[in-house]
Design a protein around this ligand. Structure first.
Ligand code: AMP
Ligand code: GLY
Length: 426
């Protein structure tokens, strides 16, 4: 089975590592890939958002499957285009990827089908939005732009002035372009966050082990929002009781709702959940694996990922038992200094062997933003590496991951020192 993976971050590296472990896998291709990925897959310089270019690459390589990993190409309809050309794919078509592509759509779906989420209103007119905020007079207020915004389209306003500024920046200032021409204003929820990724073929939903992201840049959950600074799996706060509740009230109803709407979702559906005092509620849906959630969930997958991809494509996920290892996994992201704002790239990374791994094999290093030049790995992005370890307990996995982090360095490196602390009750 030859497989083309679309994307080029740590998540794609994790997908490729899992694919490479399958006896069913033949050649693995990746576009655009990165330095670390190039050690497992043949990389091609086609951007993940270049739909025409990717279709042309698939026609040249003729893979058995194309695994479309990032949100943008999914929302843009890359899967639809590939299917039209006869390629088998993993990932939702555009009419289902809209679950992430439009918050107005996803909130409307949850309202229509009674799926628990924060109460909300939508607006296209700034005056009406501001009048609503003043009438609610409740802070923090949560203001979200409708479309994709690189994870930056959510503003938690602490007071009226911040809320008004957020509304104006989106609806009048055009801060997020078309993505922000409609906004959602919603109730502020409290409680720990949990990510649950799930395989679904449009009819059956099979949740993976839960995880917890650490989105803020600095220790103690302070600083700016990032794509994710580290993850752990499973998430100890997500008990079996929550898993049952979410299956009945959130996971199954979502899959059924999408099916009823004529938008069957095939691929990996990301449930961003909050365990509020009134039960688990949906914060957001994503139409793909999380990054860096994939880096801690996939290493715990015992079942062959290629078999799952086939079962999803052939819509027989109900017949497949998906098994998981018992231990825990932890991933610590090593980022460029300054991320998520301005940062420098091109810094040589020390501590690696020729494969961009640690010679002692203590941890696996998922490359997020690296390139390989004349045999040297250089930094090439904000998030650079996801140093990942598996062990029997979460504490042991974290200890191993941090020990490995200590063996790798590059100029200006920044990483959080408290990944997993909250999960461990520290
Ligand atoms: P989203 O992109 O929708 O996941 O939002 C980004 C982050 O903002 C989430 O991970 C939460 O930490 C926070 N957030 C979003 N919506 C809410 C809400 N209604 N109440 C509290 N926090 C929220
Ligand atoms: N780690 C959050 C996300 O992938 O959206």
């Amino acid at each position: 089975m030859d497989i083309l993976v679309v994307g080029g971050g740590g998540r794609e590296h994790a997908v490729i590592k899992a694919l490479a472990a399958s006896p069913k896998t033949g050649r693995i291709y990746c576009a655009p890939g990165n330095g670390g990925i190039s050690k497992l897959a043949e990389c091609f310089p086609v951007k993940a958002t270049d739909v025409d270019g990717m279709v042309a690459l698939a026609e040249k390589l003729r893979p058995d499957y194309v695994f479309v990993t990032p949100d943008d190409p999914l929302v843009m309809g890359m899967v639809d285009r590939l299917n039209e050309k006869g390629f088998r794919t993993f990932g939702p078509r555009a009419n289902a990827a809209i679950l992430e592509g439009s918050k107005v759509f996803s909130k409307g779906l949850m309202k229509k089908y009674g799926i628990p989420t924060a109460a909300y209103e939508t607006f296209t007119d700034a005056d009406k939005a501001i009048a609503y905020i003043k009438s609610q007079n409740s802070y923090p207020a949560v203001i979200k732009c409708d479309g994709l915004a690189l994870g930056k389209g959510v503003i938690i306003a602490q007071n009226e002035q911040e809320a008004v500024e957020a509304v104006n920046s989106m609806l009048i200032g055009g801060k997020f372009g078309k993505s922000g021409s409609e906004i959602v204003i919603e109730e502020f929820m409290t409680g720990p966050e949990v990510t649950v990724l799930a395989f679904t073929d449009g009819k059956t939903v099979k949740p993976m082990v839960s995880s917890m992201d650490h989105k803020r840049a600095n220790d103690g959950d302070e600083g700016l929002n990032t794509g994710g600074m580290g993850t752990i799996a499973p998430n100890p706060l997500y008990t079996a009781k929550y898993a049952d509740e979410c299956m009945e009230k959130i996971f199954k109803p979502t899959i059924e709702a999408m099916q009823k709407e004529g938008r069957p979702f095939k691929g990996c559906l990301y449930f961003g959940l909050m365990l509020t005092p009134n039960g688990a509620k949906v914060v957001e849906y994503n139409c793909r694996f999380g990054d860096p959630e994939a880096q801690v969930v996939l290493p715990l997958l015992k079942t062959d990922l290629v078999e799952i991809i086939e079962a999803v494509w052939e819509e027989r996920l109900d017949k497949l038992d998906i098994e998981w290892y018992n231990g825990s996994c932890a991933c610590v992201v090593m980022a460029s200094g300054g991320y998520p704002q301005k940062y420098e790239t091109g810094k040589p990374i020390s501590g690696f062997d020729a494969d961009g791994q640690l010679a002692d094999g203590k941890a696996y290093v998922y490359h997020a933003g690296t390139k390989l030049e004349n045999g040297t790995f250089l930094t090439a992005g904000g998030r650079v590496l996801g140093v990942t370890a598996t062990a029997e307990t979460l504490q042991a996995a974290l200890d191993k991951a941090y020990e490995a982090v200590g063996e790798i360095s590059f100029e200006g490196v920044h990483f959080r020192k408290d990944i997993g602390h909250r999960a461990l009750g520290k």
